[in-house]
Design a binder for this molecule. Structure first.
Ligand code: MN
Length: 739
C-alpha cells in the first residue's frame, strides 16, 4: 500500500454507516432486546479489532459487519447468528477469550464462536489433517448448523474482497471454495451463494476464460434483454389477467455454469443456448400456491410450446435440500428453447436462501430434509469403522455427481470429470507427463494407466523417457485434453514413419520402372484403397505393402507412362492456354465457350453463375471453375499461378447449377410442404434431394437444388425465410460435406 492517508473521523462515520445498514438488513427478525445484543457484539468487535486492518488497508471491522450482513440479508439468519458473525474472528485474532464471550453473550453464542474458531485454518495442513478437521467442523455443524452458515458468509465475503491478496493465496482460497464451500452451499440449498462462490473462484483460477465469457455476455446484453422482454410481457399480461400477482423476469446463468456447459458438451460459447432462465414468482397464499403455479404453467405453455421431456415438478416432491419449483422448457418466439421456472415467493426465498428461510415459515422442522441430512452426517461420524479420510470421500461422493477431485503428491487439487483415469490425470498435469506415463501410484498403490480414479485419490505419476503415446490409450481417456494430445502425437509418429515409407516406395518404384510422381502415387493409394498418400507411405514402411503387391499393381495397370510426368503436364497446360488465347481474349467466358473448351465446375465449392470465379487448368480433367472464395483457392493460386485463367459468367439463363441450402426452424405442420411449394412451384426450381431432421421440435433440413445464378438463389433464399417457422437459410460451400 502506498501513501495510504487515513482520516479517522471519516472512517468512524463510515463504520457507523455500515453498522446502521446491517441493522436495517435484520430489521424483520428483530425482537425486543435484540438490538441491544447486536450493539454489544458490534462494540466488542470494534474495540478488539481496533488496531487491525485488512489487506486492502480498510479497518478490519468492515469484514465482520459485512459477514453479519450476508448472514442476515442473503441467508436470512436471526439475531444469534448476527451476533456470532460480528464476533466470528474475535477469539481467533484478538485477546478476547471464549470465557469472555460466554460471560457477555451466553453459552449458545460461545459454542458457535468456538465452532467457528476451530474450523478456521482447517485447510492449512496436509490432506489427512484436512479431513480430520473437516470432520470436526461437521461435528460442530451437527450441533448447530449456524456454524456452517456463518462460515459460508465469512468465506463469501473473503472471496468478494480478494483482489488485494497475493496470487498464491487467491488460488488457495479459490480451490478450497470450489472443493468444499460451494458444494456445501449447494447441499444446504443456498443456490445464490453457491453460484457466486463458483464464479468468484473461477475469476481467480481461470482468469482468461472468465473474462472471455464475461465479455461475450456483455456483447449480447441488449439483444438478450429485448428477447426477455418480448418473452415475458405477454406472459405477465395473461397471468395478471387471471387474477394472479406475478413478477416475471430473466435470470442470467452464472459464468461458471456456462463454462461447465461448454466443457461438458464441448461446444463454443455461441452454442450455449440457455444463457438465462425466465422466472415467474407468484404472490400466493399457502393453500393456493400449488394450484397457482400450475395455472401459471398452463398459461406459459399455451403461449409457447413446451418440451414434454423437460417438465420438472419439485413442488409435489421437493428436492432433499428443500428446493421447490416448477420447471419447464418451452420454445421461445425465435425458435429458441427457454427454461421457465415457476414458483411462489416463499419457494423462491427457500431456493435462494436455503433452509434458513424454512425456519421462518415452519416453526418446527422435524420432518425437514435438513434434519435428515444432519442426522445422516451424525450417523456417519459416529460410525467408528470409518476413518476421517474415508468419511471425507463418502461425503464428497455425495456432493459431486459429475466431477472428481484428485490430489497431487504435494496436496494440490486437480478437478477431473467423472470416470477420468490415471492417464487423464497425467495429461492434466502436463502434456509431457502424459505422453511419457507408464503407470501411476494411487494412494501409494501401483495401478495401470487405465485405472479409473475415485474422488479424493492421491495420485503420483510414473514416467519413462522410453514411453510413447499408444493408439489404445484413446479407449480409456475421457478428458478432451488427453484425447487431443494423444491423437496429435500419434499423427506425428505416423508422419515420421511415413517419411521412411516414402523413401522405400521411391526406391521400389524406381526398380519397377514406375515414375515416382503425384499422379502415380494417387493411383497407388486408390488401388490399395487407402484414404491418403500418407497412409500409403505408412503401410509401405510397416511392410503391409511390399514388392509383391506393387508388382500386382503394375500388372493390373496395362500401360505405365515412362515419360517424365511434368513434361506431359507442361505440354497439356500450354496447349489449353493456347486454345484460350486464340480466341483473342484471356478471359474464359463460362457458358459461351462450353462447346469449345472442356471445363467443369469444381465440386469443392460448387460455383453458380454470379459467383466470383476463376479457371484452373488441370492435367486430366480440363479446366475446373472454382469460386474465388473456395477453401482451395489460395493454395491453387499460390502454387500453380501459371495454371490459373480468368473466368466470368455470360448472361445465359438456360443452364441450371446444383447447389445446397441448409434450413433450420421450428417444426410446424406442413412446413416441408410449404418449403417444396415455394421452391418448385413459385420458383420453378428443380429439387434433387431433400433431407430433414427433426429433433425436439427443431427442424433442420438440407435441400439440393438446381438454380440459374446467385441472383436467382438470393431471391429464393429471401422467400424461404419468409415462411413461418423457418429461422435460417444458408447456402453451404461444399456439396461433398452435405452428402
Ligand atoms: Mn472472517
Amino acid at each position: 500500500m502506498k501513501d495510504l492517508v487515513i482520516d479517522l473521523e471519516v472512517e468512524k462515520n463510515e463504520i457507523l454507516k455500515r453498522y446502521r445498514a446491517l441493522l436495517r438488513a435484520c430489521k424483520s427478525t428483530l425482537e425486543k432486546g435484540d438490538k441491544r445484543m447486536i450493539r454489544k457484539a458490534f462494540d466488542m468487535a470494534l474495540e478488539s479489532h481496533s488496531d487491525m486492518r485488512r489487506k486492502s488497508g480498510e479497518p478490519y471491522i468492515y469484514h465482520p459487519i459485512a459477514v453479519a450482513q450476508i448472514a442476515a440479508e442473503e441467508i436470512g439468519l436471526g439475531t444469534t447468528s448476527i451476533v456470532c458473525a460480528l464476533l466470528h474472528d474475535v477469539v481467533e485474532d484478538t485477546d478476547v477469550t471464549l470465557d469472555d464471550i460466554e460471560r457477555e453473550f451466553g453459552k449458545k453464542v460461545a459454542k458457535i464462536i468456538d465452532g467457528l474458531t476451530k474450523i478456521s485454518g482447517v485447510f492449512d495442513t496436509n490432506s489427512s489433517l484436512q479431513a480430520e478437521n473437516f470432520r470436526k467442523m461437521l461435528l460442530t455443524l451437527a450441533d448447530d448448523v449456524r456454524v456452517i452458515l456463518i462460515k459460508l458468509a465469512d468465506r463469501l465475503h473473503n472471496m468478494r474482497t480478494m483482489e488485494f491478496m497475493p496470487r498464491d493465496k487467491q488460488l488457495k482460497l479459490s480451490s478450497e471454495t470450489v472443493y468444499l464451500y460451494a458444494p456445501l452451499a449447494h447441499r444446504l440449498g443456498l443456490y445464490a451463494i453457491k453460484s457466486e462462490l463458483e464464479d468468484l473462484s473461477m475469476k481467480y483460477m481461470e482468469r482468461e476464460t472468465y473474462q472471455f465469457i464475461k465479455n461475450k455476455l456483455n456483447e449480447k446484453k441488449a439483444e438478450r434483454e429485448k428477447f426477455i422482454r418480448d418473452f415475458s410481457e405477454p406472459v405477465k399480461k395473461i397471468v395478471e389477467g387471471q387474477g394472479l400477482v406475478a413478477d416475471v423476469f430473466g435470470r442470467p446463468k452464472s459464468i461458471h455454469s456456462i463454462w461447465n456447459k461448454m466443457k461438458k458438451k464441448a461446444i463454443p460459447f455461441e452454442e450455449v443456448y440457455d444463457l438465462f432462465a425466465i422466472r415467474i414468482i407468484l404472490d400466493s397464499t399457502p393453500e393456493n400456491e400449488k394450484a397457482d403455479c400450475w395455472k401459471a404453467y398452463s398459461i406459459v405453455t399455451d403461449l409457447y410450446r413446451p418440451n414434454p421431456d423437460r417438465l420438472r415438478d419439485w413442488i409435489s416432491s421437493p428436492k432433499a435440500n428443500g428446493y421447490e419449483s416448477l420447471h419447464t422448457t418451452v420454445m421461445g418466439p425465435r425458435g429458441q428453447w427457454v427454461e421457465v421456472q415457476i414458483r411462489t415467493k416463499r419457494m423462491n426465498e427457500i431456493a435462494e436462501k436455503g433452509f434458513a428461510a424454512h425456519w421462518k415459515y415452519k416453526e418446527s422442522s422435524t420432518d425437514s430434509g435438513l434434519d435428515l441430512w444432519v442426522q445422516k452426517v451424525r450417523d456417519l461420524l459416529k460410525n467408528p469403522e470409518s476413518n476421517a479420510l474415508d468419511f471425507l470421500d463418502d461425503f464428497k461422493m455425495n456432493l459431486f455427481s459429475d466431477e472428481i477431485f484428485i490430489f497431487t503428491p504435494k496436496g494440490a487439487l486437480i478437478q477431473l470429470p467423472l470416470n477420468a483415469t490415471a492417464l487423464d490425470f497425467a495429461f492434466e498435469i502436463h502434456t509431457d507427463v502424459g505422453a511419457s506415463c507408464i503407470g501411476a501410484k494411487v494412494n501409494h498403490k501401483l495401478v495401470p494407466l487405465s485405472y479409473k480414479l475415485q474422488n479424493g485419490d492421491q495420485v503420483e505419476i510414473i514416467t519413462s523417457s522410453k514411453q510413447v503415446p499408444k493408439e489404445d490409450w484413446l479407449n480409456f481417456v475421457v478428458t478432451a485434453k488427453a484425447k487431443a494430445k494423444i491423437k496429435s502425437s500419434l499423427k506425428e509418429e505416423k508422419r515420421r514413419i511415413a517419411e521412411t515409407g516414402k523413401e522405400i516406395l521411391e526406391r521400389k518404384l524406381k526398380s519397377l520402372k514406375i515414375t515416382y510422381n503425384s499422379e502415380n502415387i494417387h493411383k497407388l493409394s486408390y488401388y490399395f484403397k487407402l484414404p491418403s498418400t500418407l497412409d500409403l507411405f505408412f503401410e509401405v514402411a510397416k511392410g503391409t505393402i511390399d514388392m509383391k503387391d506393387l508388382k500386382e499393381y503394375q500388372a493390373s495397370e496395362k500401360v505405365i507412362e515412362n515419360k517424365p510426368q511434368d513434361k506431359i503436364e507442361a505440354e497439356q497446360v500450354q496447349s489449353l492456354v493456347r486454345t484460350l488465347k486464340a480466341k483473342d481474349a484471356d478471359m474464359l467466358l463460362i457458358g459461351e465457350d462450353m462447346q469449345k473448351i472442356d471445363y467443369k465446375l469444381a465440386n469443392c465449392c460448387n460455383p453458380i453463375p454470379g459467383d466470383d470465379v476463376f479457371g484452373f487448368v488441370t492435367v486430366s480433367d480440363g479446366i475446373k471453375i472454382h469460386r474465388t472464395n473456395c477453401p482451395n483457392a489460395a493454395k491453387l493460386m499460390a502454387n500453380y499461378g501459371y495454371r490459373v485463367v480468368k473466368a466470368k459468367w455470360t448472361n445465359q439463363q438456360e443452364l441450371a447449377f446444383l447447389t445446397g441450402l441448409r434450413i433450420t426452424g421450428i417444426d410446424e405442420v406442413g412446413l416441408i410442404n410449404q418449403l417444396t411449394t415455394v421452391i418448385s412451384h413459385d420458383f420453378k426450381v428443380n429439387i434433387r434431394s431433400i433431407t430433414v431432421d427433426s429433433d425436439n421440435g427443431i427442424f433442420e433440413g438440407t435441400v439440393m437444388i438446381y438454380v440459374n445464378d446467385t441472383h436467382h438463389l438470393d431471391n429464393l433464399t429471401k422467400r424461404l425465410k419468409m415462411i413461418k417457422g423457418i429461422s435460417t437459410v444458408t447456402r453451404f460451400d461444399s456439396i461433398e460435406k452435405a452428402s
